[in-house]
Every structure is written in structure tokens, then in C-alpha cells.
Design a protein around this ligand. Structure first.
Ligand code: PXP
Length: 240
């Protein structure tokens, strides 16, 4: 079965709206874990707009499932991540003006630097994922940098017009096959919902999806546990 990483950044977004303690991010993570999520995902952004350092420290000590830390490959965050030692770091591009992560990481353009970053994380026993657009050259560069995983950016598929959807899916199918051939594990994420997930979950070789905004949004209406279970049921159905 394709595994589920639940991104709980937007539980923290709601908390930070009042700079208080509610909703409790750690309690939310535990609900996701008990609902059957295989992994929790958080993004410690340089501007700390949602997840805070304390969230990372507490989650890395209290979770039973894997913790996946999305992060920019910058010295400040690398130091924090090496201390927290999550199961995986997912390297993402970060732009302070953006509402959410926009494009994939340009691994081609910074292969040498990213190889060094991968080496540092591997030295600490932390696996590394590259969040990339579904482009063969970015897959090749990720393999050359010795990443463990690529997470293909599903945003362009999620936002595609009706007549572009098949083209975007095919781009992912090709990039996924290329990644698996190169010895990488293939994950996917961004903009996925209960409606657009089945087509992605059917891509051969998919290991894991990371889903945040749509689960937290759905939780407002049906509760977090049910929102996680709803996505797990879709993944289970797709793996039959
Ligand atoms: N994967 C990565 C690498 C991301 O940056 C994000 C957004 O933080 C997600 C998955 C989750 O995206 P969404 O919140 O749109 O489900």
C-alpha cells in the first residue's frame, strides 16, 4: 500500500494566527498517528510562519511513526535538523514571499552543494529526499547527489486545467519510472486531495504521498482522525 505522510503545518498556522497554544500541534500529530498515518511531515521554514523549533524538538522525541522534516538546504536549518535527527529530511526550495512551496528544488543547478548536504545527513543517519518537478534531469541530478528519495511535485497536476491533466500525469509516470531505474524511492506530494489522489496513487512504484492542506481543511468538518482515515481508505482501495 502507498504510505501516507500527514503534513500538519497548517495546524500550526492556526495556532500562530493567535500566537497561543491552540490547536496543539503535538496532540494533532498523535491523532494522525493513532488514525494510521505512516509518517508525520512538518516544514520548519526560515520565517517560522507555522512550525516552530519547539514543535520539531517535541515531535522528534514523541512520535512513534517516522518524522519527515521539509526544509531549505541552508546552514541554520541544517544545524537544527542534524540535532533533531528526523527519519527523513525533504529538501525544498524556499522563498519568503511565497504562500506555499512553489516549484521543485533545482538540484541540477546545485549538485555539488546538495551532494555535500546529503553526505552530512547520511553521516547522522538521516535519509534525504529531494522535492523536485517531474523532470528527468532533476531525477538524474538527485541520483547523482546520492539522495534516497525523490518527492515529485504534484502541484502542477493538482492545478492543471482539465485538458492538461493527462499530460501532467504522464510527466510524473515517466519521471517516476526514471527515478526507480536510478535506484531512488519515489514519493509524491503537494496539492493532493481526496478527489485528485486516486490517479496519483495508481502511478507504478509510488512509495508515499505527503498531504497537508486538504487533510487539515477537511478536519474542520469531519475531524482530524476521520480526515486521515478517509485518505488511508483511498490509498488502500487504490492498492487493490
Ligand atoms: N510535500 C512538500 C515537499 C511540500 O512542501 C508540501 C507543502 O508543505 C506538501 C508535500 C504538502 O502539500 P499540501 O499542503 O498542498 O498537501
Amino acid at each position: 500500500m502507498v504510505e501516507l505522510g500527514v503534513n500538519i503545518d497548517h495546524v500550526a498556522t492556526l495556532r500562530e494566527a493567535r500566537k497561543g497554544t491552540e490547536p496543539d500541534v503535538i496532540a494533532a500529530a498523535k491523532i494522525c498517528e493513532l488514525a494510521g498515518a505512516h509518517q508525520l511531515t512538518i516544514h520548519l521554514r526560515q520565517d517560522r510562519r507555522h512550525i516552530q523549533d519547539r514543535d520539531l524538538a517535541l515531535l522528534s522525541k514523541t512520535l512513534h511513526v517516522r518524522l519527515n522534516l521539509e526544509m531549505a538546504a541552508v546552514d541554520e536549518i541544517i544545524t537544527i535538523a542534524l540535532r533533531a535527527k528526523p527519519h527523513t529530511v525533504c529538501l525544498v526550495p524556499e522563498n519568503r514571499q511565497e504562500v506555499t512551496t512553489e516549484g521543485g528544488l533545482n538540484v541540477v543547478g546545485q549538485k555539488r552543494r546538495l551532494s555535500d548536504v546529503v553526505k552530512r545527513f547520511h553521516g547522522a543517519g538521516v535519509k534525504v529526499s529531494m522535492f523536485i518537478d517531474p523532470e528527468l534531469k532533476q531525477v538524474d541530478a538527485s541520483a547523482a547527489a546520492k539522495a534516497d528519495y525523490v518527492e515529485l511535485h504534484t502541484g502542477p497536476y493538482a492545478n492543471a486545467r482539465q485538458d492538461q491533466i493527462v499530460g501532467e500525469l504522464n510527466r510524473m509516470v515517466d519521471a517516476a519510472a526514471h527515478a526507480i531505474n536510478a535506484g531512488l524511492v519515489f514519493n509524491a506530494g503537494h496539492g493532493l486531495t481526496r478527489h485528485n489522489l486516486p490517479a496519483v496513487a495508481a502511478i507504478p512504484g509510488l512509495n508515499e504521498v505527503n498531504i497537508g492542506h486538504s487533510i487539515v481543511s477537511r478536519a474542520v468538518f469531519i475531524g482530524l482522525e476521520n480526515a486521515v482515515k478517509e485518505i488511508l481508505a483511498i490509498l488502500k482501495e487504490c492498492s487493490k
